[in-house]
Design a protein around this ligand. Structure first.
Ligand SMILES: Nc1ncnc2c1ncn2[C@@H]1O[C@H](COP(=O)(O)OP(=O)(O)O)[C@@H](O)[C@H]1O
Length: 183
């Protein structure tokens, strides 16, 4: 999907919904996701679009997130801000995005994606490793070198280890993503 009027308009709609700092993060994620997808032989333009849309709902008030995506379990109820992945997917679909891998990437950047979806893995790894984060540079390098699956599996493993160390119950989708990525 080359950059078109449609994708440019979507990017502009996102930009208007977020702070300048968030927009800068979004652009870094989208540009990196494109590079990571291409390094893995996947479609960079679709990864870019998913990156541009991934945090479209990140600054919505909690009441709006809860209205768009009623919590499906206790982890979601305890952490409504994390519903921004689900809410972002719904907004993107409403705006006319129908590509299932792009939609899964938007939702899955919070809890994890299927390892059969390189667009989703590219956005996930880009989100945790873009230079503005200041962490996970090794994962960025690994994915830039073409090992997207390995970088993604390690990114999910780090999140799981971090949550376990803090004694926080882990979202079932994250546990599923971990199991699939390490199968
Ligand atoms: N219970 C959980 N299970 C799985 N992943 C989680 C959980 N809590 C947080 N995360 C992951 O960690 C990310 C960061 O969470 P957190 O540190 O609470 O920051 P934020 O409030 O900015 O989302 C979330 O977006 C999600 O990807």
């Amino acid at each position: 999907m080359p950059s078109t009027d449609f994708t440019e308009k979507l990017a502009e709609r996102v930009r208007r919904r977020v702070s300048p700092e968030r927009w800068a993060h979004i652009v870094r994620v989208a540009d990196l996701a494109r590079q990571l997808a291409e390094a893995a032989g996947a479609d960079g333009e679709r990864a870019w679009l998913a990156g541009i849309l991934h945090d479209v709902a990140r600054e919505l008030p909690e009441e709006e997130l809860l209205a768009l995506c009623p919590p499906e379990n206790e982890v979601e109820a305890a952490h409504p801000r994390a519903l921004h992945g689900c809410a972002g997917r719904k907004i993107a679909a409403e705006w006319g995005v129908s590509d299932p891998e792009v939609l899964e990437a938007i939702e899955g950047h919070v809890w994890g994606v299927s390892p059969a979806n390189p667009i989703g893995m590219a956005v996930y790894v880009a989100d945790v490793s873009e230079p503005g984060r200041g962490v996970n540079e090794d994962l960025r390098r690994r994915a830039l070198a073409g090992d997207l699956e390995g970088a993604y599996a390690e990114a999910v493993a780090r999140k799981v280890a971090y949550l376990k160390a803090k004694g926080i119950p882990i979202h079932p989708r994250t546990l599923k993503a971990y199991a699939e990525a390490h199968a």
